[in-house]
Design a protein around this ligand. Structure first.
Ligand SMILES: Nc1ncnc2c1ncn2[C@@H]1O[C@H](COP(=O)(O)OP(=O)(O)OP(=O)(O)O)[C@@H](O)[C@H]1O
Length: 263
C-alpha cells in the first residue's frame, strides 16, 4: 500500500455544556504520495476538525473516540494515542488560513525559517540554513529571495506572506502537508497562483496534500480526488472530476448548484 495518510473509522466528539457533541463520525480517507485530496463541504461540516486532528491541534474539550490516523505505517492518532508531536513540522507541514497570524511580526523571514529548520533538522549548520532558506523561497517562485529573507512580515504583500507560510510548511521537506482554507483570505489572482504553486510542489516533491476548502472551483483546479463532508461525515469521495461532474449525493449536487458558474 502506497498511502501516506490513512484515516479510518475516525470519530471525534466535543464535550459541551449539555453533553457530548459528535464532530466527526466514521471518517475514512487516504492521501497518497504526490496526490492532492480536497476536503470540501459547507461551513460547520467538520473540515477543520479533521485537519486539526491530523496535526494534533484539537481543542482541549475535543477527544478522539474511535478509529485512527496513520502516517505511512505509524499510528499517530487513536483513542488515548497522540504521537502528532513527533511528526508535526518534520513529517507533516501545516498551512492555515491567515498567514499573517502564523508569522511573528517582530521576526524577519530569515529567523522564521531558521527557527523551523533548527527545531526539526538536527545539527543543521548556519550555512545549510541559509542555503535551504533561499532554496525554499525560490521553490515558492519568489524571485528576490534574499530581500524577502531580510524582510519583516508586514513589509510583504498578503500573497507573498502566504507563499512564505507555505515555504515554512515545506522547508523541512515533509511528506504530507495539511492546508486549511489557506487561500481564503487572498484575492482571486493570488489564489490561482497559490494553487498553481501547490500543484507544482506536489508534482515536483511528491508530497501528499490534504487541501481543505469550501471553494469547489478551487478544488476542481487543484485536487486529484475530492471528499465531500456534511455534518461530520464523508458523504461522497472519488476522483475530482467524477465527484464534480457526476455527483451521487444530493448534498454534493446542492453544493455545486450554489456555484453560479458551475453549470
Ligand atoms: N472545540 C469545539 N467545541 C464544540 N464544538 C466545536 C468545537 N470545534 C468545532 N466545533 C463544532 O463542530 C462543527 C464542525 O466545525 P469545523 O470547524 O470542523 O467545521 P468546518 O467545516 O471547518 O467549518 P468552517 O468552514 O466554517 O471552518 C461546528 O458546528 C463547530 O461549531
Amino acid at each position: 500500500m502506497n498511502d501516506l495518510l490513512t484515516i479510518s473509522g475516525l470519530a471525534i466528539t466535543a464535550r459541551v455544556a449539555d453533553g457530548d457533541l459528535p464532530l466527526l463520525r466514521d471518517v475514512d480517507l487516504t492521501v497518497g504520495r504526490g496526490e492532492v485530496l480536497g476536503v470540501v463541504g459547507e461551513s460547520g461540516s467538520g473540515k477543520t476538525t479533521l485537519a486539526r486532528c491530523v496535526v494534533g491541534l484539537l481543542e482541549r474539550n475535543v477527544r478522539v473516540e474511535a478509529g485512527e490516523v496513520r502516517l505511512a505505517e505509524t499510528q499517530v492518532v487513536a483513542p488515548g494515542v497522540d504521537r502528532t508531536r513527533e511528526v508535526r513540522g518534520a513529517q507533516v507541514g501545516m498551512v492555515f488560513q491567515d498567514a499573517s497570524r502564523s508569522l511573528n511580526p517582530l521576526m524577519r523571514i530569515r529567523a522564521h525559517l531558521a527557527e523551523v529548520l533548527r527545531r526539526h533538522v538536527p545539527h543543521i549548520t548556519k550555512q545549510e540554513i541559509e542555503q535551504r532558506s533561499v532554496e525554499v523561497l525560490e521553490q515558492m517562485r519568489i524571485a528576490d529571495a534574499r530581500r524577502v529573507l531580510d524582510s519583516y512580515p508586514h513589509q510583504l504583500s498578503g500573497g507573498l506572506r502566504q507563499r512564505v507560510a507555505i515555504g515554512l510548511a515545506v522547508v523541512t521537506r515533509p511528506s504530507l502537508v495539511i492546508a486549511d482554507e489557506c487561500t481564503t483570505a487572498l484575492d482571486v489572482t493570488t489564489q490561482t497562483k497559490v494553487v498553481e504553486l501547490f500543484r507544482t510542489l506536489v508534482d515536483e516533491l511528491g508530497i501528499g496534500l490534504l487541501f481543505v476548502t469550501h471553494d469547489l472551483m478551487l478544488a476542481s483546479d487543484l485536487c486529484d480526488r475530492i471528499a465531500v463532508m456534511s455534518q461530520g461525515r464523508v458523504v461522497e469521495q472519488g476522483p475530482a472530476m467524477d465527484v464534480l461532474e457526476h455527483p451521487h449525493e444530493d448534498y454534493t449536487r446542492q453544493l455545486l448548484a450554489a456555484i453560479p458558474t458551475w453549470n
